[in-house]
Design a protein around this ligand. Structure first.
Ligand code: GLA
Length: 530
């Protein structure tokens, strides 16, 4: 998934707004609650704004092509905004005002914000890229007829449960490991592919290394029958049989749905059928549910996310079948502070990863401040692995796996396992590296040293050991060094190079290692007997 500029209904005039799309080219829901700054000009902006050249015909025939901005006064003087793509997605907008200057910030995901400049004059609103109004998008207030149509198109808000803190479900005491279809296959999935992947999980040794979840992401859903029962589409003739097939091989089945009317790829969501769908998943033998915000942004605000996720967690618990609950809302609304209480075993802390060094490293190295919130049964999820998908070097993929292990992140392989190279399998199945990820203490690592592009992270492990990762984010080879005191480690420590298994003997007072560009050296240090 990437960030693309999507022309709006007024595209002919060059109006573009950045939204996330999935590989099928469908717009994906994003959002976050709008914050707001200055009460001063709330009235001016408040209301519903549509592209200047919108017609009722466009709104009726292709509402998903229309971009609507809605600004409402929430608390006293506070204005919240939303970008709506009717029928498809809703994305929060933070409104900041500084005198006549209006800054609108589209809040897609943690760390993914798009600033826009806007000017308002009476019934005209002009929006353009921050700092340059080269190709401004002219908007006007919606007419009464258009507002009525928009209301008609909007899904109804459902009652949400009263907030409560759910006890831990006892699952995922170490970060979940497995495979997901999304990164490589997107929606090009079927029963046969899943079975072949499952076979390959066994023959490549991935299963025996701990990768047991086989997660079917977006694209399996069919339609609801006359009783509202959600059926898989024709590519998955018998989900129960598929679950049995996986279980017979020591694997587990993961499935994907959304609290919205539609999933991010446009398939039917669990909106209004949460309990029924949870029962269906339980009856099929599902072991893991990923619940992806997507079109829920059309009807709920980000501050309603906890209750929306709680609702599904309660539905899952009510089935009596243990299912890992994976929260996916792109790291908005500080999910790490409430994800566990609403029943989440893991929660995404970012927008979507792609198979690119810049994206992977920005996501991975951007997790430091969140690590205190994770622990056994409740993990930060910086998204699935890209190892084996071909657009990073061996060193970069090693950094990817090492960083995820230091973060105690879920390890969900995202390549075509049927076509795994020996190098990919070696990267994914190094037992000593996996032991760092899966360490029973369950305490993620932190950045302790940063010198330009060189970073040292440490992670406490069982047995008074410490994992130390020396990362070189730079473009040239470098010697990365630190005193053991800087790392909070005893003056004398025995060291092992984790990737090679080589013992480095006893370190006295400091450590140093040559690290290749975009590469890493991972050590485990244990107290040296005096
Ligand atoms: C969102 C999620 C992805 C994936 C797609 C499926 O973008 O963040 O991980 O599940 O939806 O459409």
């Amino acid at each position: 998934m990437s960030l693309l500029k999507v022309p709006s209904a007024a595209g002919a005039q060059g109006y573009e707004i950045v939204v996330r799309r999935n590989p099928l080219g469908m717009v994906v829901a994003l959002c976050a609650l709008a914050t707001l700054v200055s009460p001063a000009a709330a009235d001016e902006l408040a209301g519903t704004w549509v592209p200047q050249d919108l017609t009722m015909e466009i709104l009726a025939s292709a509402p998903q092509n229309v971009r609507v901005l809605v600004f409402k006064e929430k608390a006293r003087g506070a204005l919240t905004g939303k970008l709506l793509v009717p029928g498809l997605a809703g994305m929060p907008i933070a409104v900041q005002r500084d005198g006549p200057r209006i800054r609108l910030v589209l809040q897609m995901a943690r760390g993914m914000e798009t600033p826009l400049d806007a000017t308002v004059a009476g019934d005209r609103l002009t929006v353009g890229a921050a700092g340059s109004m080269d190709q401004p998008a002219p908007l006007r207030r919606a007419s009464e007829q258009e507002s009525r149509k928009l209301e008609e198109l909007a899904p109804r808000k459902l009652p949400l449960p009263a907030m409560q803190s759910l006890p831990a479900n006892g699952l995922a005491r170490t970060p979940p490991m497995g495979f997901s279809t999304w990164n490589h296959f997107a929606t090009a999935i079927d029963d046969r592919t899943i079975r072949e992947v499952a076979e390959a999980m066994v023959t490549t040794g991935l299963r025996d290394a701990g990768y047991v979840y086989v997660n079917i992401d977006d694209g399996w859903q069919g339609v609801r029958d006359e009783h509202g029962e959600l059926r898989a589409n024709g590519k998955f003739p018998d989900m129960k049989a598929l679950a049995d097939y996986l279980h017979e091989r020591g694997l587990k089945l993961g499935i994907y749905t959304s609290p919205g009317p539609t999933s991010c790829a446009g398939f039917v969501g669990s909106y209004g059928h949460e309990e029924q769908d949870a029962r269906t998943f339980a009856a099929w033998g599902v072991d893991y549910v990923k619940y992806d915000w997507c079109s829920a942004g059309l009807l709920y605000d980000d501050d309603e996310m906890p209750a929306v996720y709680l609702k599904m967690a309660q539905a899952i618990r009510a089935t009596g079948r243990p299912m890992v609950f994976s929260i996916c809302q792109y790291g908005r609304a500080d999910v790490w502070t409430w994800g566990a209480e609403v029943g989440g075993n893991l929660w995404r802390t970012t927008g979507d990863i792609t198979d690119r060094w810049a994206v992977m490293s920005t996501i991975g190295f951007g997790q430091d401040e969140l690590t205190p919130f994770a622990g056994p049964g409740r993990w930060n999820d910086p998204d699935m692995l890209e190892v084996g998908n071909g657009h990073m070097t061996a060193a970069e993929y090693r950094t990817h796996v090492t960083l995820w292990a230091m973060l105690a992140a879920p390890l969900i392989a995202g390549h075509d396992v049927r076509r795994s190279s020996p190098e990919t399998i070696a990267l994914l199945t190094n037992r000593a590296v996996l032991a760092v990820d899966q360490d029973a203490l369950g305490r993620p690592g932190r950045r302790v040293v940063q010198r330009g592009p060189h970073e040292i992270w440490t992670r406490p492990l069982t047995g008074e050991r410490t994992a130390v990762a020396l990362f070189n984010r730079g473009e040239t080879p470098a010697t990365i060094e630190a005193t053991l005191a800087e790392l909070g480690i005893d003056e004398r420590a025995s060291a092992v190079d984790v990737w090679t298994g080589r013992s480095l003997g006893v370190l006295e007072g400091k450590l140093a290692s040559e690290v290749e560009p975009h590469g890493v050296v991972l050590l485990v240090l244990s107290p040296a007997s005096a």
